[in-house]
Design a protein around this ligand. Structure first.
Ligand code: SF4
Length: 377
């Protein structure tokens, strides 16, 4: 298992308690975005295209704690932007750990090594490092030459210091499944606790609109990558969600499963779309017309989405929703090797060159540009 037993137990008892209470819609992970500022500008990112005055804003530690207490989730993911740019990120993490929340601090790890001293190792804290594949692919994906090597140094330093480290990989059209599988081997050799992998969401604001995966292509890609798994691979994701990615299961979206809180408030309806904001978590639940969302709703913005913030909670709720779900999950974890002859054939298919559309762009001065705009505004 790629998470500590205490974490799995906490999540299981939380879900069961919500079910016993009869809560129809309850969240699993709070997506806490304390800032949108970043020291990268990835071509597939839809989070950093805000004007400078928004990029300068930050949530205070107290605002973060209030949001997490409102949602009541046992797990908190801190994406962004780049959370390590927040001047009080250590206080935010410390306060959440003190509240016994399992925290996944998402980072591109460019600053991880130099900021590691701000944090203390804990079973409640994991650095979730954004790595999109092997060196060349990652550097291309994040538009930063050398980004992979810096991130890997940060990962090694964090593991050596006793921190939990996981990875978070987003795949786009043109991903080479053989390279992704070799990348999994590399991560396991380095000693990461578990890997998470998902297709990119078709952000309208992302600079590169050509390489998002449609659902059919996503399933084909994930079938080729995740079938015939090596025993050494450990994944930090719901086994049912991974089967969903491989096309072995169908789930409806659970947009309230991983609600997002940022400087704008609670985002409607999910981490990916911005159809308004609510001041409180309860208001988010009560005033969102949930029937408008999910692939089955016919909403074009949801048509190709298979992202974990919408569907991972669906997998977890399926696991704990019935005896059948528990048995399916146990079979997946302990027995299923996902042997698939057809998936092996897919690995032999030619891959179209992923780097044919865009040169690498160095954007290391982006944060400084925002800061300069801030000082002259
Ligand atoms: S399908 Fe995706 S974009 Fe649509 S509500 Fe669910 S998570 Fe959000």
């Amino acid at each position: 298992m790629a998470v500590p037993v205490s974490q799995a137990w906490t999540v299981a008892t939380y879900v069961l308690k919500q079910k016993i209470k009869g809560r129809k819609r309850f969240p699993l992970v709070t997506m806490l975005e304390p800032l949108f500022r970043c020291n990268l500008a990835c071509a597939g990112c839809g989070k950093i295209q805000y004007p400078a005055h928004i990029l300068k804003q930050e949530l205070s530690p107290e605002e973060c704690f209030r949001a997490v207490e409102e949602s009541g989730t046992p797990m908190v993911s801190i994406p962004g932007g780049e959370p390590l740019l927040h001047p009080q990120i250590d206080k935010i993490v410390e306060g959440l750990v003190a509240r016994k929340k399992y925290v996944y601090m998402c980072t591109n790890a460019l600053l991880l090594k130099e900021k590691l001293h701000l944090f203390k190792p804990s079973k409640y804290l994991s650095f979730s490092v954004h790595l999109d594949g092997q060196r060349e692919h990652h550097d291309f994906s994040v538009c930063r030459e050398g980004g992979y090597d810096i991130a890997l140094e940060g990962i090694k330093a964090a593991i050596a210091a006793g921190f939990r480290v996981t990875t978070n990989t987003t795949l786009f059209d043109g991903a080479d499944p053989n390279s992704v599988r070799a990348f999994f081997d590399e991560l396991m050799e380095v000693g990461v606790e578990g890997m998470m992998v998902a297709p990119g969401y078709t952000y309208e604001k992302a600079p590169d609109q050509k390489h998002f995966l449609g659902r059919a292509r996503s399933r084909r890609l994930f079938r080729s990558i995740l079938s015939n798994r090596k025993k050494t691979w450990k994944f930090n994701a719901s086994p049912m969600y991974m089967e969903f990615l491989m096309g072995k299961r169908e789930f409806a979206c659970t947009p309230w499963g991983m609600p997002a809180y940022s400087v704008f408030g609670w985002q409607k309806p999910c981490y990916l779309l911005q159809d308004g904001y609510a001041d409180t978590f309860q208001e988010l639940i009560d005033t969102t017309d949930w029937s408008n969302y999910g692939t089955e709703s016919g909403n074009p913005k949801c048509a190709n989405c298979m992202v974990h913030s919408g569907y991972e909670a669906s997998g977890v709720y399926y696991t704990f929703g019935s005896l059948h779900g528990l048995i399916d999950t146990a079979m997946a974890v302990f027995f299923d090797k996902y042997e698939d002859r057809g998936a092996l054939d897919l690995l032999n298919e030619p891959v179209k060159p992923v780097h044919s559309f865009n040169p690498l762009i160095q954007i290391e001065t982006k944060v400084n540009v925002v800061e300069q705009q801030g000082t002259t505004a």
